[in-house]
Design a binder for this molecule. Sequence first.
Ligand code: BTN
Length: 265
Amino acid sequence: MQSVADRLRALLEAAGRHWPAPIDHLVSIGSTNDRLKERARSGASEWTVVLADRQTAGRGRHGHSWVSPPGNLYSSVLLRPAFGADRVCLLPLAAGVAVAEALAACGVEAQLKWPNDVLVGGRKIAGILAEGLAGASGVDVVVLGIGVNVNAAPAGLPPEIRATAASLEGVTNRAWDPVSVAAAVLPRLSVWYDALGRGDPRSIVAAWRDRSVPWWGRIVEVRSGAEVIRGVARDVDANGGLRLELEDGHVTTVVSGEVQELRLT
Ligand code: BTN
């Protein structure tokens, strides 16, 4: 029988993408991001992919865990950007756009919540954890971890996540092969990465804006560690930062955090 890695390679090939790097598949791993960072440190080439059927220590943004039962997509992609920090900071947004486009190819219109939560009907269907490894000249490795709830129905998730999670199967009423979802995401990611490489950051911000939740002009709260900033969501700037208008009228740019819309009663 064809291995998972070979199946992904064949699906990519059928879509006209010869995958230029190793694809590692594991039945179970702590975190695909952690595994790929180890691979990066020992010289793995750009576009190396690690996939797992389940994770025992999946990680989300801001130190959250990412519950990772079988049936979903857990993948990490290794990038070695040759461009500077002004464009590297757009990679998390680009990955969100790539996932939303892949879901659109599956017939599901997703929305992006800054910076890169992927939502369907206000519930989270996918998340992205971008981690950089610093070298002598700045960040020279970025590991993009992409988790998509494919078949693991929210009912199978812990109660605190269940109410806010969606799955591809749940919204389309059919089962999906997580490997085919990976085969839809990876080519879109490489398209946006090439756009960044060409020095075309504006197209990514525009594509992100086109798919973003319609919170512009509304009051949001951004939490970053112990800090909480409240303001009116105005825009995303050319570096992917969230521009918020504060109560005193000043506009500030937030570069990291968890955002939620405030529905004031
Ligand atoms: C988030 O929204 O908090 C980000 C979730 C990222 C989850 C993926 S699953 C594959 C990769 N490995 C991890 O440990 N995390 C990412």
